[in-house]
Write a protein that binds this ligand. Structure first.
Ligand SMILES: CC(=O)SCCNC(=O)CCNC(=O)[C@H](O)C(C)(C)COP(=O)(O)OP(=O)(O)OC[C@H]1O[C@@H](n2cnc3c(N)ncnc32)[C@H](O)[C@@H]1OP(=O)(O)O
Ligand SMILES: O=C([O-])CC(=O)C(=O)O
Length: 378
């Protein structure tokens, strides 16, 4: 093997087939099962997209009703899990607590390693129903409040707001959140999805695969960037400071969170739709602070594009949009998990539907073979 055979970070390498989604950097577009993501985000509720990602087709009204009933029947985490969560170390990051809580769901399910598609689907729906409650309960416990039980007559997004805050905001705010859920749901072989497929490929079980995927998504080069973006906006401080801050950050070779992408080189297909939702949140909230973040974001974006030709990714508008919806910054990446659980589990099912152990090769760069020196002679 020569160096030219190596694609560091697997950049540009095609490793398998998928029918779940298609990322088209040449046209800045993304489809889930053939449907443009911006059409799904604006014309469908997240529940319809979730059904599509798992089943390959958009649901009829009766299929959607049945699907919603299945999800709602799975709502409600155990008292044992809530008791375990009460004992989590104070100050642990919510992505770390979510990773542990999802692993605990696997213990409660006795880690049944059944790879039949219908069994995997049942477990996928169970996690999709329970993860929002884990995220909301963790938020409340960290703030010294008791968890709020899910309500079975509320939609997916409405129920999440209810479990966090005890109330559901105006439909326009729920719609902005729902749009973000659809945009975050799936993105082919990104790092966390690939992690899930690698773990699934050893036949380790769906909970192991999702737990590993959560660990991968947590990093700031991947899903953790939506939190890092909001920390960055807070550090910038004022809209007037945005250009100078960016120029200084670029001069000192800082990584600017929420910009750049491994696959898209001239813009992320999901950004225009999420930017519209962010603007909508700015108009709904209407405060000087909200308007200031909007102006600041525009200046950061314009400066980065004109100076470096590097475009924002989905995390750039999603972070401040979640902030304006009232969520604490450390909840942003767990909220991403509530959506991406659909894509991850669709890929796990696809992987196990025609499994081959994922095991690439490496180019060895260590010492040449040598003899062991006895310990008393070293
Ligand atoms: C939902 C998601 O996961 S979307 C991604 C979220 N992640 C982020 O927003 C984190 C910030 N962005 C990044 O770190 C990167 O753009 C990544 C990790 C997303 C993609 O990385 P790669 O494909 O490996 O690109 P790579 O790091 O090689 O960048 C190519 C060049 O652009 C520069 N670049 C890329 N992104 C950025 C950035 N955000 N800030 C500053 N420079 C950047 C690199 O420094 C590099 O420059 P060089 O050639 O002079 O060394
Ligand atoms: O595709 C990627 O590398 C990262 C990304 O945008 C996602 O997972 O949504």
């Amino acid at each position: 093997m020569t160096d030219t055979d190596i694609k560091y970070g697997l950049a540009g390498v095609v490793t398998d087939d998928t029918a779940v989604s298609k990322v088209m950097p040449e046209t800045n577009s993304l489809t889930y099962r053939g449907y443009a993501v911006q059409d799904l985000a604006t014309q469908c509720r997240f529940e319809e997209t979730a059904y599509l990602i798992w089943n390959g087709e958009l649901p009829s009204q009766s299929q959607l009703d049945e699907f919603k009933a299945m999800e709602r029947a799975q709502r409600g985490i155990s008292k044992d899990l809530i008791d375990v969560m009460r004992k989590f170390p104070k100050g642990a990051h919510p992505m770390a607590t979510l990773r542990t809580a999802v692993s605990f769901l696997g213990l409660e399910d006795k880690e049944i390693e059944d790879h039949a598609t219908d069994k995997l689907y049942e477990r996928a729906i169970s996690m999709y129903a329970k993860i929002p409650e884990i995220v909301a309960a963790d938020y409340r416990l960290r703030n010294g409040k008791e968890p709020i039980a899910p309500m079975k007559d509320l939609g997916f997004s409405e129920n999440f707001f209810h479990m966090c805050f005890g109330e559901v905001p105006a439909p326009e705010t729920v719609k902005c959140f729902d749009i973000s859920m659809t945009l975050y749901a799936e993105h082919s072989f990104n790092a966390s999805t690939f992690t899930a497929r690698v773990i699934a490929s050893s036949l380790s079980g769906i909970y192991s695969a999702v737990t590993g995927a959560i660990g991968s998504l947590k990093g700031p080069l991947h899903g953790g960037a939506n939190e890092a973006v909001m920390h960055m906006l807070k550090e910038v401080g004022t809209a007037e400071n945005a250009k100078a801050w960016m120029l200084d950050a670029l001069a000192t070779k800082k990584k600017i969170m929420g910009f750049g992408h491994r696959v898209y080189r001239s813009g992320d297909s999901r950004v225009p739709t999420m930017t519209d939702a962010y603007k909508k949140m700015v108009d709904i909230i209407g405060t000087d602070e909200a308007k200031m973040y909007w102006e600041m974001s525009k200046t950061l974006d314009e400066t980065m594009v004109s100076e470096k030709g590097i475009y924002p990714n989905l995390d750039f508008p999603a972070g401040p949009a979640y902030y304006l919806m009232g969520f604490e910054i450390p909840m942003f990446t767990p909220i991403f998990v509530m959506s991406r659980i659909t894509g991850w589990t669709a890929h796990i099912m696809e992987q196990l539907g025609d499994n081959k152990l994922i095991r690439p090769l490496s180019n060895y760069t260590g010492p040449a073979q040598r003899d062991v020196t006895p310990i008393n002679a070293r």
